[in-house]
Design a protein around this ligand. Structure first.
Ligand SMILES: O=C(O)c1cccc(C(=O)CC[C@H]2O[C@@H](n3cnc4c(=O)[nH]cnc43)[C@H](O)[C@@H]2O)c1
Length: 257
C-alpha cells in the first residue's frame, strides 16, 4: 500500500508529515484539528498495535501525523519509511515537522513554553578525546546540524509565540548540572533538547524535503527530577500551538526560503 492524497480532504498548500515520538504527542497535535483522523498503515509495517512508525493519522486538514518512536534512529527509520511511501504513491511531502515534548535550558525556555529550531543539532555524535568532544564532522563524516528555512521559522515562531534557537538531539537525556553546563558551553544558542529531531531531519534531508522542529518544554535540562516534569502542560501547549501553526504553514511560501 502506498500513501496517496485523498479526495475530499482540505489540502494544505504544503503537504506536511508531522513526526512525534509517541502516540500521546501525536494525539495532542491531532486535537488541534477538527474531526477524527484516518489511520493509514505504512507499507511493510509489522503487525501489532500501536508500534512506532506503522501508520500515519491523516487529519481532516490534510496533515499526516506519525508516532515515529523514541530516539533518533527509530525516528529516522519511521520518517524515511513514510517519506518513501508518500513519494512512491505520487504525493510526496513538501515539509517534515518534528514535534514533541523536550527539556528546556533555563531560563531561556520555561516549562510549558514552545521552542522552534532554526538549527537542529546532534549533540553526542562524534568521538571523545583528551581535549574534549569531537563532533563527527571533525572526524571527516556527515553533518551535525540541519537548518530550517528562515522564512518558515519566522512565520511559525511568530504565529505560535515560540522562542527561536538551537534544539539539540541527544541519545541520553541530560540528568546532571555538569552535563547541562557542558552542552550549554558547546552550544550557547541551545534552548531545548529532545531525542528525535536530528533523526527526523536526516530522513528529510535524504529526501530533499525541508524540516522544522518544535518542542514544548516539559522539564528543565539539568539534574534529574521527575517531580519537576510538566508533561500535561507541555502536551496542552502542543495542541494550542498547532492550532495557531496550521495557518502559518498554509501561507508559508517555499519560494521565500
Ligand atoms: O528519566 C528521566 O530522567 C527522563 C527525563 C526526561 C525525559 C525522559 C524520557 O524518557 C522522555 C523521552 C521523550 O521525551 C522527550 N524528552 C522530554 N524531555 C527531554 C529531555 O529533557 N531531554 C531529552 N528528551 C526529552 C524525548 O524527545 C523523548 O521522546 C526521561
Amino acid at each position: 500500500m502506498v500513501l496517496q492524497a485523498e479526495e475530499g480532504l482540505i489540502t494544505p498548500s504544503v503537504r506536511a508529515l508531522v513526526a512525534t515520538a509517541v502516540p500521546a504527542e501525536r494525539d495532542a497535535v491531532a486535537q488541534a484539528f477538527p474531526g477524527a483522523g484516518e489511520a493509514i498503515r505504512l507499507p511493510g509495517a509489522p503487525e501489532g498495535p500501536d508500534l512506532p512508525g506503522v501508520s500515519v493519522v491523516r487529519t481532516a486538514a490534510g496533515y499526516d501525523l506519525l508516532a515515529a518512536g523514541v530516539g533518533p534512529a527509530r525516528a529516522a527509520a519511521s520518517t524515511a519509511t513514510a517519506l518513501t511511501a508518500a513519494a512512491v504513491g505520487g504525493a510526496p511531502y513538501g515539509l517534515v515537522v518534528s514535534v514533541g515534548i523536550g527539556g528546556g535550558f533555563q531560563p531561556g525556555a520555561p516549562l510549558g513554553s514552545l521552542v522552534v529550531a532554526d538549527a537542529i543539532t546532534v549533540a553526542d555524535l562524534g568521538a571523545e578525546s583528551a581535549d574534549g568532544f569531537l563532533p563527527v564532522t571533525e572526524l571527516g563524516f556527515g553533518t551535525v546540524t540541519h537548518r530550517s528555512p528562515a522564512s518558515l521559522v519566522r512565520a511559525v515562531s511568530e504565529a505560535v509565540g515560540a522562542r527561536v534557537g538551537t534544539i539539540l538531539t541527544v541519545s541520553t537525556v541530560t540528568g546532571t548540572a555538569a552535563r547541562a553546563a557542558e552542552l550549554r558551553a558547546r552550544h550557547p544558542r541551545a534552548l531545548a533538547e529532545g531525542m528525535e529531531g536530528f533523526g527526523v531531519a536526516e530522513a528529510a534531508a535524504a529526501h530533499g524535503v525541508p524540516v522544522l522542529e518544535i518542542r514544548a518544554v516539559s522539564n528543565p535540562v539539568g539534574p534529574r527530577d521527575r517531580a519537576a516534569w510538566r508533561i500535561g502542560d507541555a502536551l496542552a501547549a502542543l495542541t494550542e500551538g498547532f492550532g495557531k501553526l496550521a495557518p502559518a504553514l498554509e501561507s508559508w511560501n517555499t519560494h521565500d526560503q
